[in-house]
Design a protein around this ligand. Structure first.
Ligand SMILES: C[S@@+](CC[C@H](N)C(=O)[O-])C[C@H]1O[C@@H](n2cnc3c(N)ncnc32)[C@H](O)[C@@H]1O
Length: 274
């Protein structure tokens, strides 16, 4: 498959999915916040590093990278215009003058050769049509000896908290699965360590390491709020009040002072360009 063959995915991120992430950026950032220490620990960004954030979305990790690389340069690249608009509006040019964004498809974007010391991504690298082609393109932008630190979804055990709870919500809402459409397959495309190693080795990276990290993912302030958020992710999806109540009942055991917390898993992946 050619790298240009991902129009449906690009359309989703420039359409309803990207609009949802842009509107609810703070919810997604809160949901993923507990994984950031693992990602940034793996990235080990230094003060003068030049950093590329692939699939940066609304730019939370791009701005964090900017604070780590306070005397370096940080670029976020994303295929979604609405998300980059949001990223730019959230980035204070006074505090972070060395942080910028480019609209582009990371599979094909002409990254300057050897321009980056570190490439990071919080869940932005699963959506490529041809992962080896995409990572070969990204590798060209990494200087020899430079490194990657990526977060990819890790499927939980069937009875794992997030997977089990979202599966029950989907069933109650009359859905086959919690994530619908084109993105469902893409989300799962880098969920096997053997596939991650194959892709990164095929793109010329060395020392590939894949480590499991489990953290609580916050889905809402309380169970009804989390149900509202869950339903808002599928345009046009409505359910009767009684179903909404049953969905809230699924989440009530996970309510805490910090909100509805569901144990969730990711892979933190590191690699080096020889
Ligand atoms: C799950 S979101 C994660 C966003 C962000 N990293 C975060 O943690 O909030 C995936 C992101 O990857 C972007 N994306 C998908 N395919 C892409 C591509 N080929 N090139 C660049 N960005 C892409 C999407 O537009 C979206 O912003």
């Amino acid at each position: 498959m050619s790298a240009a063959g991902s129009t449906a995915v690009a359309d989703a991120w420039n359409g309803p999915v990207g609009a949802h992430w842009a509107e609810h950026h703070s919810r997604y950032d809160t949901m993923l916040a507990d994984f950031d220490d693992a990602l940034f620990g793996a990235a080990a960004i230094c003060e003068r590093d030049r950093v590329l954030d692939v699939g940066c979305g609304s730019g939370r990790t791009t701005r964090s990278a900017g604070r780590h690389a306070a005397r370096g340069q940080v670029t976020g690249v994303d295929i979604s215009a609405p998300l980059l608009d949001r990223a730019r509006s959230l980035t204070d040019g006074g505090e972070l003058p060395h942080v910028g964004y480019v609209l582009g498809d990371a599979q094909l974007y002409p990254f300057p050769a050897g321009a980056y010391d570190v490439v990071i991504s919080r869940g932005g690298v699963m959506f490529f049509a041809d992962h080896v082609v995409a990572f070969t393109n990204i590798a060209r932008g990494v200087r020899p000896g430079g490194r990657l630190a990526l977060l990819c979804p890790r499927p939980g055990a069937p009875d794992g908290e997030e997977r089990a709870a979202l599966g029950r919500l989907a069933a109650l809402a009359g859905q086959d699965r919690p994530i619908q459409g084109e993105l469902a397959a893409a989300m799962a495309s880098l969920s096997e360590p053997s596939r991650i190693r194959e892709v990164l080795s095929g793109a010329g990276f060395a020392d590939v390491a894949v480590n499991a990290v489990t953290r609580p993912a916050c889905w809402g302030r309380d169970a009804p709020d989390a149900v509202d958020f869950y339903l808002s992710r599928t345009p046009g999806l409505t359910v009767p009040d009684q179903t909404r109540e049953e969905m809230a009942a699924v989440l009530r055991p996970y309510e805490s002072e910090r909100g509805v917390l569901l144990g969730a898993g990711v892979w933190i992946v590191t690699a080096r360009r020889p």
